[in-house]
Design a protein around this ligand. Sequence first.
Ligand code: TEU
Length: 485
Amino acid sequence: MSDLEWWRTAVVYQVYPRSFRDSDGDGMGDLPGVIERLDYIKDLGVDAIWLNPFYLSPMLDAGYDVADYERVTPELGTTADAERLIAEAHARGLKVLFDIVPNHVSWEHEWFKAALASEPGSPEWARFHLLRGRDGGSTPPTNWMSVFGGSAWEQVGDSGWWYLHIFDVSQPDVNWDNPEVAAEFERVMRFWFDRGVDGFRIDVAHGLVKEDDSVESTEPPWDQPGVHDIYRDWRRIADSYDPPRVFCAEAWVETLEREAAYVRPDELHTAFNFHFLKAGWDATHVREVVDRAIATTTSVGAPATWVLSNHDVVRHTTRLGGRDRGLAMTLFMLALPGSAYLYQGEELGLEEVSDLPDELRQDPAFRRTAGQDGLRDGCRVPIPWTGHEPQPWLPQPADWAEISEMAQRDRVDSPLALYRRALQLRRELQLGEGVLEWLETGDAQVLAIKRGSVIVVIDFAERSTYDTSEWGTEIMRMGSCAWLR
Ligand code: TEU
């Protein structure tokens, strides 16, 4: 495999900038903080980082509401910091992925301000989905619901005209039927490609194209065939760079087959496999998803990808029923062929913070659904480097001091040490490449795979009693998952 194909086997570490490292003591992480901790990321043994959006934003959806894609929001740094971050990461052999948000902009984006200042039918309006309401204008154009709760339409004053926002009211969807939109995002991509970024994670990659024939449905139209034309264009742009730039799609689509359509040879490089994230602590599901993910991606010549946690979901330690299970699943994941994603803090074994006071929660969905949903703040609590960080924007549990990076740094049995060792072994043994072979364990709760010279066994039983010694000598263990040789 050539170096240009690094993304096929890469382990990518997700940095959530506002919650990573606070360099100026204002309680919020920032880009200079990320630079300060690049050595930590490098030492962990990953290949690349992906940073969530840090662009100019009123932060009504934690930066996924972008007012200017070519500026860094002042709380997080400057454009020069972003450029230095790319250079410093490259100096350490780390690739850098940024996050592009092409489905919507912030209502503070120049385009939306210009639209509101213009007349229906104007070119400024045509960049958005601004439609006349039903019933003389008083009812939204369709019944679509926002992902964050409530209607996906907001009326402009009492004009009878409504704009579409699949997410928060502050995130108007742009109209991808309008060539001006494609041209603008091409410009934005080139802006960062020209500054050396290695690629983009694409936010809501399955949402860009809206068919308007589903007026009665309450779901906005996801995963429309037209999105693939957009990504064919993007691939041509990425391929025109030296080295070629890469993409990873965030597309929550129904099946792995539909997911594979995004990574056909002339489209995107990779897509998050959320089916793995959702497989739970269940031997049958996990085996099924692993098999189907490998089969579907292989059929289009793409690598499978694996992810257990990110900034939108409950941390997998908590979701799977505790730290031991979380670590076991990670160890199993890191033995799978393809590319894997880690979310900052999982290497410390962090669990979800589920008791944040309501008044501190910032997830816009929390208020749009009267607290029924939008509990995404619990995985966004800043990293405990010492556990005594000065007033982070979301408070850390008191007992995080005991599991801080400082507390784990020199302990050989810590989650941090285990992650480091697993990543080092994965690299040495080239586990990202090659094929996977299932071994029969004679126990429905126990999965075993052969990966080259290594056998990996994971036991999903309530209490693990499975004797792994018949498979070889243990070289690595986390919870009920062991690597043997
Ligand atoms: O998330 C997209 C998302 O939240 C999913 O809800 C998905 O679109 C949905 O399940 C439909 O199938 C991304 C970001 O990761 C998230 O943090 C942002 O809030 C959101 O987009 C809006 O930009």
